[in-house]
Design a protein around this ligand. Structure first.
Ligand code: BG6
Length: 484
């Protein structure tokens, strides 16, 4: 397979929070890889902006270090790095004051696509939008890229949408959910809507249930302040898992265009039922050998925030009535493994008799690691001995199917930033989507807070608290193993 590069027009990209962690780990190395892939035009400019005093050269040095550390295998050579750095500059800008804005405006070129990346804490989003406006930096086709968290609840998300709307139209606002930029997540749409094979079966009549697991091995070390006020529900479910659920459950849009896709996703979120308390399991990781507990990590010995959550959800519409969606995500689990599994119903009648056992088709879509898909099918066990059935995987691991080019698959941020430059909002969340997601999330959080519930402890390296296993067992089902 040969990757096809669609070059973007020249642009000026300002990264507010240009010296921060996200810029160093993801945004800048991602831009460099697009530069090496010849997708970023020669005339593109990247301007880091932050409060600290720094020269252009000092920033370039920081960028070079970040690329060396986080650039991955696909980074270019020293000559390419030097060429990239020529396109990079820095401006000291005060988001909450007037310092630096004039100088920043002086760096922008007329008639070039402008994008402003808000890679800063959410408390600064409103200030930045306002100052971009008052200093005349935001031209009518400028774009702003807004990082998560987009609000803390429905009220704050609404307020934020209203603030941004004072200065930018919805078409100018790119709300990032980096899960939408993951290769397999987009492949989900390709598999559903590019094949005739799956869609006829993609409903409550044939699907027994769906499992979405996003398991991490990392804890919350270093981000405790933010995380303890959020928890897994706000940090992962309201956005990432919700987006995955939408792509699985949505009706086929008429076209692959931003509003057609987002209209369909919105309908799914609005069709979600409230979740009953006994269909929610929350957990918190315990200390293990020399590893700290969640409470140690967030330095809050009485914290009742969850680092794990599992839920049984229902999408109440004709397609999905009666088919549960089980969602699960957590920190410090057994493995870093994210997967969507569509578990189909049993064959309506077994002609092979009870001794053939129970066999189900499972379509597993692996987000990470080893991106790919597996379809479990039932066949006859080879050889003599009668009609014995066995389940085997039809495996489409991208790395095997695409060969060495699989390494060329861009990471989520690379793809999303280039989409911003192209003006394609399909993989970004619309304001009403985010609000609808909070409208579903808020009552669940208020519910457990009102009931004074405390998350159950779970062991580091486990699959979460026992409660979460019960969530499935009660329904006569079982979680798939968390493994790489
Ligand atoms: C972020 C969350 O949005 O996603 C983090 O804030 C989480 O807590 C991360 O670790 C997971 O992203 P990925 O791409 O590593 O699965």
């Amino acid at each position: 397979m040969v990757s096809r590069i669609i070059p973007v027009d020249p642009f000026d990209l300002v990264i507010f929070g240009g010296t921060g962690d996200l810029a160093r780990r993801k945004i800048l190395p991602g831009l460099f890889r697009r530069f090496c892939a010849d997708q970023m035009p020669e005339e593109a400019r990247i301007i880091g902006a932050a409060r600290s005093e720094m020269s252009d050269d000092a920033f370039r040095e920081m960028v070079a270090e970040a690329i060396r550390e986080f650039g991955g295998k696909r980074g270019g050579d020293d000559a390419e790095l030097d060429a990239f750095l020529e396109r990079v500059g820095y401006e000291t800008v005060d988001a909450t004051g007037e310092g630096g804005w004039k100088a920043l405006a002086g760096r922008m070129r007329e008639g070039t696509t402008r994008a402003f990346y808000f890679s800063v804490g959410p408390s600064l989003f409103g200030d930045l939008a306002e100052r971009l406006h008052t200093h005349g930096l935001a031209t009518p086709d400028s774009r702003i890229v807004v990082e998560k968290p987009f609000g803390h609840d429905l009220e704050s998300a609404r307020a934020l949408n209203a603030t941004l709307a004072q200065h930018f139209t919805e078409e100018q606002i790119y709300r990032i959910d980096h899960y939408l930029g993951k290769e397999t997540v987009q492949n989900l749409m390709a598999v559903r809507f590019g094949n005739t094979l799956f869609e006829p079966l993609w409903n409550a009549q044939y699907v027994d249930h769906i499992q979405i697991t996003v398991a991490e091995t990392v804890g919350v070390g270093g981000r405790g302040g933010y995380y303890d006020k959020s928890g897994a529900m706000r940090d992962m479910v309201q956005n990432h898992l919700m987006q995955l659920l939408c792509l699985i459950a949505m009706e086929p849009p008429a076209r692959f265009d931003p509003n057609a896709v987002r209209d369909e996703k919105l309908k799914v979120i609005r069709a979600l039922d409230p979740v009953a308390p006994h269909h929610i399991s929350r957990g918190q990781y315990d200390a293990f050998e020399d590893q700290p507990s969640y409470r140690d990590d967030v330095e809050n010995p009485r914290s009742t925030t969850e680092s794990f959550i599992a839920l049984r959800c229902h999408v109440s519409n004709w397609r999905w009535a009666g088919t549960p969606f089980y969602l699960r995500t957590g920190k410090k689990l057994r493995a870093r493994a994210s997967e969507i599994a569509v578990v189909f119903k049993d064959a309506p009648h077994s002609i092979f008799g009870a001794e053939a056992g129970r066999h189900r088709n499972v379509l597993s879509i692996r987000l990470q690691p080893n991106e790919g898909m597996t379809l479990g099918v039932t066949i006859k066990e080879p050889g003599p001995g009668g009609m014995r059935l066995v389940d085997v995987p039809l495996d489409m691991t991208f790395a095997d199917a695409l060969g060495p080019d699989a390494e060329e698959v861009p990471d989520a941020y690379e793809r999303l930033i280039m989409d911003v430059m192209r003006g394609n909002q399909t993989l970004f969340m619309r304001g009403d989507e985010v609000e609808a997601a909070w409208a579903w999330t808020d009552p669940l959080i208020e519910g457990w807070q009102g009931r004074g519930e405390v998350p159950k402890p779970y062991d580091v390296g486990s699959s979460g608290p026992d409660d979460s296993l019960m969530l499935m067992h009660r329904d006569g089902r079982k979680w798939r193993d968390i493994r790489t």
